[in-house]
Design a binder for this molecule. Sequence first.
Ligand code: TRP
Ligand code: SF4
Length: 502
Amino acid sequence: MADNPANSRPRVLSGMRPTGKLHLGNYVGALQNWVKLQDTHECFFFVADWHALTTDYDDTSRLADNTKEVVLDYLGAGLDPKKCTIFVQSHVKQHAELHVLFSMITPLGWLERVPSYKEQQQQMPNKDLHMYGFLGYPLLQAADILIYRPGFVPVGEDQAAHVELTREVARRFNNFYDLKGKPIFPEPETLLTPSPKLLGTDKRKMSKSYGNTILLSDEAAQVEQKINGSTTDRPKLTDTGFPDRCPVGNLHQIFSDPLEKAAILEGCTTASITCQDCKRRAIRSIEPHLGPIRERRRQLAGDPELLQEIVRGGAQKAAKAAEATMKKVRESVGLLPRASVKDVAARQDMHLPLRVPASIGKAVGNEERWKIRTEPWLERVNKNYPLTPDRDTRRLFITQRRRKVGLYAECQGSDGRWHFELKDRPLNVLVLLAEDRDRYLHDYILPQSFLQQYWKHFEREIHQGGSTVLIVLKRDPNGASLALKDSDLPIQQYEGGYSALL
Ligand code: TRP
Ligand code: SF4
């Protein structure tokens, strides 16, 4: 079954290519249905901008604009970012990653046999479509779909073959790879949109390539003009006609109420109304539907920041779902896992040199200097290796595993070395913070094994109430070392080695 933790609704995914502004055919063929689904299903709807490149690779000047317009059409039509996830395909890189993995196991024959491959090439004889991306179109679509592991893909009849290929790819992947015997991809079902076919203004199928569309974004006056200029099914006033063979009749079927629909059917088939009257009434029926869409669209178009925020948030939600699938996919395929992004970021952050604020003037006392040096260091380290201050001993901290950490800070002495004077007490880890003349802070984290071996070699000063250990740190181009009575002990490998703090 579909994968939808934390959401008991069946998951749905669909998308459209941004080849231009959406028209009424897109609306009744898909969008209208999506708007209903967002109330009953966990929905992901996206704009397939990579797919637009498979045919329009040679002129991408309108791609970004078209993508934006389609997002506006989605939102205008009533998709609500609070109810569903709306995003742009190219913003979720995981789709491309899954596509590349699918490309390894998909036989060329499968792709060559998809009907749209040959059909589109024939439909566009002036375009060179002998491109890898074009052949791989349905495979990218399979990745778009399967990465969300949806139960259903609401599409029109023309996409059914693509969903069928998607199911085959899922099966093949599951056969090659699994996680402990469990298949990764459920096979999604096509959710055929029960779509009344919509004729364009010239009586052919409504399609952008015929230039016979009514756009969701058309102004009322344009809609009126297009409807009034439509070819109808009654060339002469005295002819009878059929609404389902007429673009205006189609509009009534979709947008008029049952009474009006019946009246038009009657009037058209008996030639008792004029087409002109019929058109006027179609305009009246459509406006309550298109008006609010146009208005929502206009408002959002006037707020580019809000629009950006919506697609950014959508991509974030989509990427989270996609990444969850990809984790399983990578593991099942046998790719080497990498440290999580968060860990890598944290580690990089830890390797930037820390600088002691310039505010550390001569005026402040020793205690104050100690705090100014150790606070930024503790802040950095505590994110990954929490250190709790020991209740009554300053400079002593406890790790999560209850190891004792001594934290000492010094600035460079006039001899170019750092002189640490430590209380002689049992420590599991010793941290030396060495501030250099440029105010950079170097941290040396000496683990228990090191201390056990060398503690007794350091110089001691016995005094009343105990003893003090004197440690002298030296830094030179060869690294850092601790000065012992008779030799130097190299310790550079302990700089920034935080694992002792675990
Ligand atoms: N091929 C679809 C179309 O032309 C667009 C699309 C791309 C899509 N990826 C998809 C549709 C995934 C549904 C699911 O409209
Ligand atoms: Fe079309 Fe209406 Fe004329 Fe019939 S009456 S042909 S539906 S415009």
